[in-house]
Design a protein around this ligand. Structure first.
Ligand code: HEC
Length: 270
């Protein structure tokens, strides 16, 4: 036996690394808990509601595509999501001057975005997959006046947001409901809700309906195959069930013909 039989893995180093990793995960978990969260507004997404999807499409294409892109879909696939004929689609929804088979890109030149918005608005198909419908609905309805921000507004679920309040003319302005809470672990006044400040062109119920339609549409665009999956799901499960029954019957048929060793002995022995 040699004296140089040091283990390949230095267990002390390994232990220290594991402890460090566990501690840092704990830190991440703790810091994410230590921010007072505004409650999310509940919403039920209904992909069967064609009128809501079309209304949401109109608002999104006319209000949001000025800054945001929707590169996960093409105008042509939008027609299928909205279940419209091509002529009707081109008449009612349109393609913002793009080709019918183009993906939906922002209509604002990037120079203008750099000059006025500073932060590149994220692609909404990506956002629609990453954020829950309840989060999106709360986000769209929870802009409030905050004079300390360059755009003059802030948001309860997206603190210090760079997006301007594009809904101000429709929804009116809102003021925050502040509570003493924690922000990233430090005591702070946190906005947990909003209250109306001025009246917009729509009533509160009308505006909430519009915001829900936009979320419905964004969800449909972010999950383009969901309707097809829901339609095909029961058929696929039925197919598996039928195959299971058939396989079981074949199994019974085969084993009826197989003679076990005990039976063979009995038959040969007699
Ligand atoms: C004037 C340009 C502009 C318009 C118009 C606009 N946005 Fe935005 N939006 C932004 C910018 C910039 C951000 C990035 C905010 C940030 O990172 O702080 C953003 C962020 C967002 C986010 C949050 C992304 C996230 O997860 O943090 C959502 C959702 C969103 N926009 C939806 C919309 C919808 C829906 C519309 C149309 C009703 C719209 N936006 C219209 C500029 C715009």
């Amino acid at each position: 036996m040699t004296k140089h039989n040091a283990p390949l893995v230095n267990y002390r180093v390994l232990l220290a690394l594991t402890a460090g990793l566990v501690a840092s995960f704990g830190g991440v978990a703790r810091s994410s808990v230590a921010t007072t969260q505004a409650p999310l507004r509940p919403i039920t997404v209904n992909l069967q509601d064609k009128a809501a999807l079309r209304n949401g499409a109109l608002y999104t294409l006319h209000m949001c595509v000025a800054c945001h892109s929707l590169q996960g879909v093409r105008y042509s696939s939008l027609r299928k999501i909205l279940r419209m004929s091509r002529t009707r689609y081109e008449k009612v929804i349109g393609t913002n001057g793009s080709h019918y088979h183009d993906t939906i890109t922002s209509t604002m030149p990037s120079g203008v975005i750099d000059a006025f918005v500073k932060i590149l608005p994220p692609d909404l198909t990506v956002i629609a997959r990453r954020r829950s419908p309840a989060w999106l609905y709360t986000y769209l309805t929870s802009f409030y006046v905050d004079p300390s921000r360059p755009s003059g507004v802030n948001n309860t679920v997206r603190y210090n947001v760079a997006m301007p309040d594009v809904f101000a003319p429709m929804q009116g302005l809102q003021k925050p409901v502040m509570v003493a809470g924690l922000r990233f672990g430090s005591p702070a006044q946190v906005a947990v809700g909003v209250q109306p400040l001025t009246q917009g062109s729509m009533s509160r119920a009308q505006f909430d309906r519009t915001a829900r339609d936009i979320v419905d549409f964004l969800y449909a665009v972010g999950h383009p195959h969901e309707q097809e999956r829901a339609r095909l799901g029961p058929w696929i499960l039925g197919l598996f069930l039928a195959l299971s029954v058939l396989t079981y019957l074949i199994y019974r048929l085969y084993w009826r013909r197989v003679i076990t060793s005990e039976e063979r002995w009995w038959r040969v022995g007699k």
